[in-house]
Design a protein. Structure first.
Lengths: 157, 162
């Protein structure tokens, strides 16, 4: 089965999902930044009492806010600055939904929810590229990167 | 019988006459193997000087709506400064670091690819090394572009069968 067909038939649950940084909309951006640093993740997801995603706060939004407002912004609440609605897919949706969202909506992260719309994970650009690499390890995972394109010294005798 | 006929020593014999080109089962696999990085869209890109103050670099990221700036001097890549650097090293320390040169807070020695590398190399940097933005250099080691995840996904979609 080709990769294109896999994209159309395999569910999102086959992607390597990340554990999201979960925050409350009442917490400050500082709290979210500390957690995002700890988990080495570029976004935090605000959820309600039922664990349903309310909005997402990303590192690119953080850059925008710092450029506009300076350091004071980190004391403000996530609820004020999170992006709503949060882009999401269900675990059972085909992976091509994620690919389309990356291309058409220019989003980097997508929340993954179960049938009750509760947050269960996070996926995004890296997850998609890792999925492609898993299909073609003979092409992707064997590449030399960052080396010199030609030898500095003549080879051979 | 022709096999016993002596060959004309001056006749041209193609050394690749028995060469069978590799057959790929998937058009995307063929693209990853046969197309080069230069065939993934890697322009436009933004370069900054390593002496630019951090707050100016942050304003540039925000104003141009890009996630990664290439830090270069006379065309040579020194590092990258991205949203992730802002998150990791700037956001909570903004007042203390905003006037420092970006060279002190950028990611040094980024993993890069050459424009002549196979397109799969750009995916390797993300899948194996974990970096989302991949600087592209020419054989003279000059910066010629950047491959972002959006550009990779656009490349993948180009090679899907419609």
């Amino acid at each position: 089965m080709g990769l294109q067909q896999n994209f159309q038939t395999e569910p999102v649950s086959r992607l390597s999902l990340r554990d999201p940084v979960i925050v409350s909309p009442h917490q400050t951006l500082r709290d979210a930044i500390v957690r995002m640093r700890e988990m080495k993740l570029g976004c935090a997801v605000a959820v309600d009492d039922e664990h349903k995603p309310l909005g997402i706060f990303t590192e690119s939004k953080l850059t925008q806010l710092l450029a506009q407002n300076g350091s004071q912004v980190v004391g403000e609440t996530i609820g004020t600055h999170m992006t709503q609605p949060c882009p999401w897919v269900e675990l059972t949706d085909p992976i091509v939904y994620v690919l389309d969202a990356m291309q058409l909506k220019n989003v980097r992260f997508m929340c993954v929810v179960d049938a009750e719309k509760r947050l269960v994970g996070l996926t995004g650009q890296k997850g998609l590229i890792e999925f492609v690499a898993d299909h073609f390890p003979g092409q992707v995972m064997v590449q030399r990167v960052g080396g010199n394109p030609y030898p500095a010294q003549r080879e051979g005798a | 019988m022709s096999s016993l006929t002596p060959k004309d020593p001056d006749a041209f014999q193609d050394p690749l006459e028995n060469y069978d080109p590799k057959v790929y089962e998937d058009p995307l696999e063929e693209a990853l193997a046969e197309k080069t990085v230069s065939e993934i869209c890697h322009e436009p890109f933004v370069t900054i000087s390593p002496d630019l103050p951090v707050h100016k670099a942050v304003e540039k990221l925000a104003g141009l709506h890009v996630s990664c700036l290439l830090v270069a001097e006379e065309g040579k890549l020194l590092g990258v400064f991205s949203d992730r650097d802002v998150l990791e090293r700037v956001a909570l320390e903004f007042d203390a670091v905003k006037d420092r040169p970006v060279r002190e807070l950028m990611t040094n020695n980024p993993v890069y690819v050459y424009e002549t590398d196979s397109s799969a190399a750009a995916l390797t940097v993300t899948a194996a090394c974990g970096f989302r933005h991949v600087p592209v250099l020419d054989v003279e080691h000059k910066v010629v572009g950047i491959v972002s995840p959006q550009r990779v996904t656009a490349f993948l979609q180009q090679h899907f069968v419609k």
